[in-house]
Design a protein around this ligand. Sequence first.
Ligand SMILES: [Zn+2]
Length: 85
Amino acid sequence: MTAPMRTCLGCRKKANQEELIRIVVSKNQVVPDFAQTFPGRGAYLHQQSECIKNAIDRRLFTRALRVLVTIDTSHLDALLTTKQY
Ligand SMILES: [Zn+2]
């Protein structure tokens, strides 16, 4: 069994789910769901600065995650400074 294919929100390329990080909205904040335990709608991103930045700069989360309010993406900024490839 191979993992399902997901589309990266940042670059729109399809990738194995295991290669992407799941992003969810929790309390109006965009947070990475490393354990994949959050319920509900998730978006997927490469953990690469260009994909993360693209999604943040273009506010792609709001549409992808079907939220109407402005969401805080500061948790993803933290990703940019930690585990980078
Ligand atoms: Zn990507």
